[in-house]
Design a protein around this ligand. Sequence first.
Ligand SMILES: [Zn+2]
Ligand SMILES: [Zn+2]
Length: 273
Amino acid sequence: MYNFTDLHLHTTFSWDAEQTMEALIKKAYKEDIEFLGLTEHLDFHNNHPQSFMHLDYDKYTKAVEHAKKDFPGLIKGVEVGEPNTHSDLYERYMDNKNFDFIMASVHWIDGATPVFEEYFKRYKSYDDAYKKYFEEKFKLVSYGKFDAVAHLTLVHRLGKKLYNDYTYEKYKKEIDDILKVIISKNLALEVNCSGLRYPAGELIPDENVIKAYLELGGNSLFLGSDSHTIKDSFFGIKQGYETLDSLGVKEIVIFEKRKQVRIPLRDDDIEGL
Ligand SMILES: [Zn+2]
Ligand SMILES: [Zn+2]
């Protein structure tokens, strides 16, 4: 039996999500998920009408505090898009805020989201588009003023539909460079299970990248379904746990007040399995 957690969840506090905290908690009880990490969107660029949102921090905080009475394993997180390119605004925003963890993402590169066709069309080749994505990811982790790194190979979530040549081996140099910075800065790395419900059909990052991370000495992984609807919540989490188990991972992390807390992947002592 596993100590199930899901640390990448969006609720109605995110502009693109429709599930409520209450519905999520109800489902977590039903599916025996012990810790839920809320990762509401926080974006700073203002030239994208959909993505522009300043999270209502006070309202969010109150809602989490209230919901924690019913579900103590609730973790108050945030998913920040490109804090490195808006570092002034980002650092000012974070100055008087208290999150359990800050997870950072690359969602936006020169005005396009690196999952859609309009992004890929901007480059001479898919190879260029993937390399550009990894370049931005490298800049993000090099900045590093956050706790966790989301969906490392996001470009392949839908990119797989257009481009079949992606493998860890092919992008080993780019990916290893990113992993080394993640490890040296003690950032936690997300194993994002959303790829299992998208054309990629695998974890993001995939098993070979996770293996490379472990071989390079990384040992701060966590799992997330990246769900925006109740139907997708916890989707693929079990497969994520099985993959980590098969790779010999014994511990994963959750977060409390910007610190990693290690918990065993398996719950053998209690279940006796
Ligand atoms: Zn994201
Ligand atoms: Zn997300």
